[in-house]
Design a protein around this ligand. Structure first.
Ligand code: URA
Length: 432
C-alpha cells in the first residue's frame, strides 16, 4: 500500500477501497505515515468529499484503533447521548438521571472541553469530592447497581481520531461533514452503547451555523450509527443564544440541579425532557418518544430524577450536600455586574460572544492542558424576549479579579435591545 497513490486517487475524486482506508488509518496511528501526507489527504477529502461507504469504513477504522468498551455484561438496552457542543449546554447532567430513573442503563464516558466552557467531565469536577475517574470494574458494578455512571474517558479510546483531529485542527480541514461525522461517531461507537441520542446544535454558538448543514450532519451520523447496528435518534436544536442562564462549570451544575428540582429555565427543561424521552423510548421503556417524554416529565416532577442524581454523586464519592447548599460548590474570587444602558426588550443574546467571554473569564480552555477556574463564568439575568429597564442587572460575570476586569462592557455588547418584544425561536428545529 502506498500513501502517495491514496492521496492522488482522492485528489482526483475517486473512491478508496476498504483495505486502503484501514491501512492508512492504522499506519498513521502507528506513526509510519507522516503528518504532511495525512494533511494532504485530508485536504483532498475536504475538496473531493468521502462517499457514504468510505465514511463508514473510516469511522470503523478509527473506532477500532484503540480500546472499545464492551457493555454487554450490563443487562438492558444501554443508551448514550451526545451533544455536538454549545454554550451553557449542561443537558447531560439533567437528561441522564431522568433516563436512568426510568430504568435505562446509562454508562457514559464524557470528555473535557476545549471550547467555550468545560466539558461534562469538567462540570462534574465542580462537585465536591466527585471522582470522574474510577476503575473499570467499579464503573460496570455501579451501572449494574444504580443504573448510571458518569466518568471521563478511560484507556485509549480512538487514538486515530485524536491524531487526525489534531492535524485537521491546524490544516483547515475540520469543516468537512464526513470527517466530523466519522470523528464523533467513532468515539460514540467505541463507547459501546446499543442506542445513541444525538443533540446536533445549530446556530452562532455551535459548530454548524445553519439548519440545513446541521440536518445534513445529523443524517450522516444517524446513517453511520444505523449501519453499525445501533438504534439512533437525532435532534437539531437551537444554539443562537445560550442554553439556560448559566455558562461555566460550577454555575452549570447549579442550574442542572435547579432543573432536576423542577425549577430550571424553560428552554433547558423542555430540551432535557425531549432528549430523555428519546432515550427512554430507544431504551425500550416506552412505546413511543411521546410516551417517553411523558415519563420524563413525571420523573422530574416526582423527584425521582433528582434522587437518581444524588445516588450518582454518592456512588462516585461526591458530597451531595451541595444539592441543597449550592454555596458548597467552588466560589469565585470576584463578581462583576453587567447593567443595561436602555429600556425595552432583549432582542438577542449572541451565544458565540457569550461563549468566548466565558472562556476569557476562566471557565474554558484556550489550549489542551490549560487549567480551568471551576467557579468562573457568566450568569445571564435576561435573555431574548425579556423586558429591561435602564440600570437593570442583565448579567453577572464570575472569576478571578484580573480575568474579569473589562468583561462587563463586552458582555453588554453581546446583547441587542429593541422597543418590541421579539418572537420566540423554536428550540427543536428538527428530529431525525
Ligand atoms: N467534534 C468531534 O469530536 N470531532 C469533530 O470533527 C468535530 C467536533
Amino acid at each position: 500500500m502506498n500513501m502517495q497513490d491514496i492521496i492522488v486517487r482522492k485528489r482526483d475524486g475517486r473512491e478508496l477501497g476498504e483495505d486502503e482506508i484501514r491501512w492508512m488509518v492504522r499506519a498513521f496511528t502507528e506513526g509510519t505515515i507522516p503528518d504532511y501526507q495525512m494533511a494532504a489527504w485530508l485536504m483532498a477529502v475536504y475538496f473531493q468529499k468521502l462517499s457514504e461507504k468510505e465514511t463508514f469504513i473510516l469511522t470503523d477504522a478509527m473506532r477500532t484503533s484503540g480500546d472499545t468498551a464492551d457493555l454487554s455484561g450490563i443487562p438492558g438496552i444501554k443508551v448514550d447521548k451526545h451533544s455536538t457542543g454549545g454554550v451553557g449546554d449542561k443537558t447531560t447532567l439533567v437528561v441522564l438521571p431522568i433516563a436512568a430513573a426510568a430504568g435505562v442503563p446509562c454508562a457514559k464516558m464524557s470528555g473535557r472541553g476545549l471550547g467555550f466552557s468545560g466539558g461534562t467531565a469538567d462540570k462534574l469536577e465542580a462537585i465536591p469530592g466527585y471522582k470522574t475517574s474510577i476503575p473499570e470494574e467499579r464503573f460496570f458494578r455501579q451501572v449494574r447497581n444504580i443504573g448510571i455512571a458518569l466518568i471521563t474517558q478511560t484507556g485509549q479510546i480512538t487514538p486515530a481520531d485524536k491524531k487526525i483531529y489534531a492535524l485537521r485542527d491546524v490544516t483547515g480541514t475540520v469543516e468537512n461533514q464526513s470527517l466530523i461525522a466519522s470523528s464523533i461517531m467513532s468515539k460514540k461507537l467505541a463507547a459501546g452503547s446499543d442506542a445513541i441520542v444525538l443533540d446536533v446544535k445549530c446556530g452562532r454558538g455551535a459548530f454548524m451555523k445553519d439548519v440545513p448543514s446541521a440536518v445534513s450532519l445529523a443524517e450522516e451520523m444517524v446513517k453511520i450509527g444505523k449501519s453499525a447496528g445501533k438504534k439512533m435518534k437525532a435532534f437539531i436544536t437551537d444554539m443562537d443564544q445560550p442554553l439556560g442562564y448559566m455558562v461555566g462549570n460550577a454555575l452549570e451544575v447549579r442550574e442542572a440541579v435547579d432543573t432536576l428540582k423542577g425549577n430550571g429555565p424553560s428552554d433547558l427543561t423542555s430540551l432535557s425532557i425531549s432528549l430523555a424521552g428519546a432515550m427512554i423510548f430507544l431504551g425500550g421503556r416506552a412505546e413511543t418518544s411521546e410516551e417517553g417524554e411523558k415519563n420524563a416529565r413525571e420523573l422530574l416532577s416526582d423527584g425521582s430524577a433528582l434522587r437518581k442524581f444524588q445516588e450518582l454523586v454518592l456512588a462516585q464519592d461526591g458530597d451531595p450536600a451541595f444539592i441543597d447548599h449550592p454555596d458548597l460548590l467552588p466560589q469565585p474570587e470576584a463578581v462583576r455586574e453587567v447593567v443595561s444602558g436602555q429600556d425595552g426588550f432583549v432582542t438577542d443574546v449572541d451565544a458565540y460572544k457569550i461563549g468566548v467571554l466565558s472562556r476569557e473569564s476562566g471557565a474554558g480552555r484556550e489550549e489542551k492542558g490549560d487549567s480551568i477556574d471551576l467557579a468562573a463564568g457568566i450568569e445571564l439575568r435576561r435573555k431574548k424576549g425579556d423586558p429591561v429597564r435602564k440600570g437593570d442587572i442583565i448579567a453577572k460575570v464570575y472569576g478571578k479579579e484580573e480575568k474579569i476586569e473589562g468583561l462587563p462592557e463586552r458582555i453588554a455588547g453581546a446583547y441587542s435591545f429593541g422597543p418590541e418584544k421579539p418572537g420566540k425561536d423554536a428550540m427543536i428545529k428538527k428530529v431525525i
